[in-house]
Design a protein around this ligand. Structure first.
Ligand code: ARG
Ligand code: ZN
Length: 877
């Protein structure tokens, strides 16, 4: 361990910056060995400090070599500045001055992929959150906003494309014959939105005419072999631009918008002003190489980054505790966009399913934190499902509480009031409240309180008075640092059904309707519905109107009724999931006791009816047929018995497959799409149902099903169907699975994004030798430890491998810990993300829990990056 350990910083300690930077002039002399960065910062003391003598402190990094500093062109002698803990400190400054810094960096040796680095043959940047300090000394905080002018000097033969934010304003040559390009961005921005790209890139051009008839040039850049895969992203970009005009009244502001795809990227994509940089896995798409899911992800991420131009760039965050100000809002915006482009119910089910699986687990574990965290050691660790997904749920609840029109008025006021500013989550809520007149004071607790609230619902019916009473108790469990919780303001959408599944009208507080929104604000509260002739079945939390766990004692009959008849599509899905959870819980208990598994499944009847109803949306049927996954069942279990959960799932799936084999075969045949591949909602829906049906049918002992899997794999003209067949083969222990995996690699070995899918599937194989398979993959020529996508594929796939990762002897945990230790030095962000499965140790069954804990302790004994240190220490606390 290190002598001094990293320490936390706190939201409560926030102070405004003592200095401001009105203009930032950067010059990059790019070179394969040493890159020279020169900055001219036009600085002044921040007037809010009044006359002050505090020194000027600029952030740098261990990889930035300082050559010289000048103030107003006076070269500072050594004794007038010092570098301490990566910070450049200058004691004596005027009230306003130009600071010039010359620094050297080595992008080719930057394995952290933060700051300026190389990916394949190009230079690129990632500056959020604190990457800019790895480029040069700066006030690297989001409340310091500056107008940037960037000069790029490079050899044009190797780097014909040289890009930065804003508009290209000048182009020329140096005396040595290098090319010089100057970019200017008129919009003040924090350094985290800075970007630079240089490389030999192909481009696709397009044009967008804005609502005020301005012409915007659109450009997508990739390495030349990928340029045929950007058409879908370009169309998605234009749809996003139009949607933001129509839905939020937001028009694009520069004359050019550029996107660049890079292969090595820690995250999905980045919203740099006018120059978005994408992980190629989130941008490239072609029918042969890309699945339907991936198409939809490309569209959603293109939209997300584009939407940041207003929610993030024009109005940005005051400090990193406010990260959800831009991320929660922007995720809500991209979710709504996708819902508008495709099926709103399908999108909602997918988003909620993800939230309930992964975010709820985070909120119940050692890294639990409020949507607006109160402290952190390393901000990179807070790009979390809580900040993004739960943050989006908060905005969605505001939308529910205000209604569409007032929400839009609130958003207009927010953008209007804060354009060009760096603000807080409180400012966002204040705008929503001021524009709508809706009191959001109690609601704001959602930002500061961690943990998933649990709603316990009971009810009573008074036949004589026709009165139905629902009582809801809310309870938020303790989380690290927050032992007690206050009641939240929770919107609960509710409808009532009669015994035939007909929607009932009822009166609540004088309002008569088939649906009501309950405002739960107390720890316990009752709601009285009148005008009911018979006892209703409640459809609770429609559309998942709040990110909570719901406990109501539904009978299987109630659930079957909701599943077949509720007018709310989301709750039809939710009822089926609950029914499956109930049955799986029984089976898991039997497995833990070592009993023979046996169940009288009600789901068989539910599924039978579902498969017989041709009027339903096939995409919804596919979702309803999908059993709760291993991760979700783990999240709702205490303690977690991984092998027994898997056993129960396999048992129930096989039981359903055998009972409904003929139905699944019929559905499989009926939903084959024969037209040429298109990533459009209707076709995606048919493919998803067909492939879910195949996955069941393949679990039944059927020669024909085995044949169908092999045939689909061999003849598919699109990746969705080919990969679905391959996954089914691998997970159903098809006798040709190994050959199919090998053939798939041969077919696609020149397409890295497809190879990544192969790596992930191979690593997730249920096999007694899973660990040696994974070690083999990491030694395979297709693997590359420098590439985050490949690391994520192999280790992510292995994490889902119950037999391999959770092996009783702890060898799976030990292996993951070894990889974390290796990556800790090379790429702290990726290493820290890989720790996630280990943070669940307290919830595992005792034997496994102890083995996992000892791996955390072994990691802690290393010389750790801030990133990994924070996750490991919090996990062990
Ligand atoms: N702002 C980006 C997005 O959500 C994510 C960048 C995250 N970068 C990081 N180093 N954590 O679109
Ligand atoms: Zn974002």
């Amino acid at each position: 361990m290190k002598e001094s350990q990293p320490s936390a910083i706190y939201l409560k300690d926030y102070t405004a910056p003592p200095f401001l930077i009105d203009k930032t002039e950067l010059s990059f002399d790019l070179d394969e060995s040493t890159t020279v960065v020169t900055s001219r910062l036009h600085m002044r003391r921040n007037p809010v400090f009044g006359a002050s003598t505090v020194p000027l402190v600029l952030d740098g990094g261990p990889d930035v070599k300082l050559i010289g500093v000048a103030m107003d062109d006076y070269e500072l002698p050594q004794e007038e500045y010092r570098v301490v803990d990566d910070q450049l400190i200058i004691t004596a400054t005027a009230d306003s001055f130009v600071l010039t810094c010359e620094t050297l960096i080595e992008p080719q040796n930057n394995t952290r992929l933060e700051g300026l680095y190389r990916s394949s043959s190009m230079f690129c940047t990632q500056c959020e959150a604190e990457g800019f300090r790895h480029i040069t000394y700066y006030l690297d905080r989001p409340d310091v906003m500056s107008v940037f002018t960037t000069t790029i000097i490079a050899d044009e033969t190797r780097y014909p494309v040289m890009l930065s934010n804003g508009n290209e304003v000048e182009r020329g040559k140096t005396d040595e014959g290098k090319t010089v390009v100057v970019w200017h961005d008129p919009f003040p921005k924090p350094a985290y939105l800075f970007a630079l790209v240089a490389g030999d890139l192909a481009v696709k051009n397009d044009v967008f005419i804005t609502q005020s008839q301005r012409e915007v040039t659109l450009q997508i850049f990739t390495e030349s072999h990928n340029i045929d895969k950007v058409d879908y992203a370009m169309e998605a970009l234009k749809r996003s631009m139009r949607w933001d005009e129509e839905t939020y009244g937001r028009e694009y502001d520069l004359d050019i918008f550029m996107i660049v795809a890079v292969d090595d990227f820690n995250m999905g994509a980045m919203e740099n002003k006018g120059l978005n940089i994408f992980n190629s896995s989130c941008l490239l798409a072609s029918p042969e190489t890309t699945t339907d899911d991936a198409y939809l992800r490309v569209e959603a991420i293109v939209a997300h980054e584009y939407f940041h131009n207003w929610s993030g760039n024009r109005v940005t965050c005051r400090d990193w505790f406010q990260l959800s100000l831009k991320e929660g809002f922007t995720v809500f915006r991209d979710q709504t966009f996708s819902a508008d482009m495709h099926s709103a119910t399908v999108k909602r089910v997918e988003d909620v399913s993800f939230l309930r699986t992964a975010q709820f687990a985070e909120d119940a574990g050692p890294m639990a934190h409020p949507v607006r965290p109160a402290s952190f050691i390393e901000i990179s660790n807070f790009y979390t499902l809580t900040v993004y997904e739960k943050g989006a749920e908060i905005v969605r609840m505001i939308h529910t509480l205000l209604g569409e029109e007032k929400f839009r008025a609130g958003s207009d006021l927010y953008f209007d009031r804060h354009d060009g500013q760096a603000v807080t989550c409180d400012d966002f809520v204040a705008a929503m409240q001021d524009a709508s007149g809706v009191d959001l004071s109690q609601f704001k607790r959602w930002y500061s309180q961690a943990g998933t609230p649990k709603l316990s619902v009971t009810d009573a019916f008074d036949q004589a008075l026709g009165k139905y009473c629902v009582t809801i108790k809310q309870d938020t469990p303790a989380t690290p640092g927050q032992p007690t919780k206050l009641p939240l303001h929770i919107p609960v959408r509710i409808g009532l059904l009669d015994a035939n599944g007909q929607s009932l009208s009822s009166s609540l507080d004088g309002a008569t309707s088939e649906e009501h929104v309950l405002h739960l604000t107390d720890a316990e509260q009752s709601f009285e519905f009148t005008g009911l002739a018979t006892r209703p079945v409640p459809s609770l939390l429609r559309g998942f109107s709040a990110p909570v766990k719901l406990d109501y004692n539904y009978s299987s009959q109630d659930l079957l009724l909701l599943m077949s008849s509720d007018s709310d599509g989301f709750n039809r899905w939710s009822a089926a999931q609950q029914l499956a959870v109930n049955e799986l819980s029984q089976l898991i208990t039997q497995a833990i006791k070592g009993e023979t598994l046996a169940i009288e499944s009600q789901l068989v009847h539910g599924f039978k009816a579902l498969l017989a109803d041709a009027s339903l949306d096939p995409a919804m049927v596919a979702l309803v047929l999908t059993l709760p996954n291993q991760a979700y069942l783990s999240e709702i279990s205490t303690p977690i018995y991984p092998a027994e959960i898997k056993q129960a799932r396999v048992y129930l799936k096989t039981l359903l497959a055998e009972a409904l084999s003929a139905d699944f075969e019929r559905i499989y045949q009926q939903h084959r799409v024969t037209e040429e591949y298109q990533a459009v909602a209707e076709d995606i829906a048919h493919r998803s149902l067909k492939n879910v049906a195949l996955s069941y049918w393949a679990e039944a002992s059927s020669e024909r099903a085995q044949q169908a899997v092999f045939e689909q794999f061999s003849t598919a003209d699109n990746m969705t169907d080919q990969f679905a067949a391959l996954s089914i083969a691998v997970h159903s222990q098809h006798n040709q699975a190994a050959d199919m995996l090998a053939a798939f690699y041969e077919q696609w070995k020149t397409e890295p994004l497809v190879v990544n899918k192969w790596l992930m599937l191979s690593a997730s194989q249920d096999n007694a030798n899973a660990l040696s398979i994974v070690k083999g993959l990491m030694a395979h020529p297709a693997f590359d430890l420098k590439n985050p996508n490949k690391v994520r594929s192999v280790l992510g796939g292995f994490g889902q491998n119950v037999a391999g990762f959770h092996k009783e002897d702890g060898s799976g945990y030990q292996f993951l810990a070894d990889q974390i230790i290796v990556l800790n030095k090379r790429n702290p962000q990726i290493a820290s993300r890989l720790c996630t499965p280990l943070t669940r140790w307290k919830k595992l069954k005792p034997e496994l829990s102890a083995k996992m804990k000892s791996e955390l302790e072994r990691i802690l004994a290393e010389d750790l990056s801030k990133d990994v240190y924070e996750v490991i220490t919090k996990s062990l606390a």
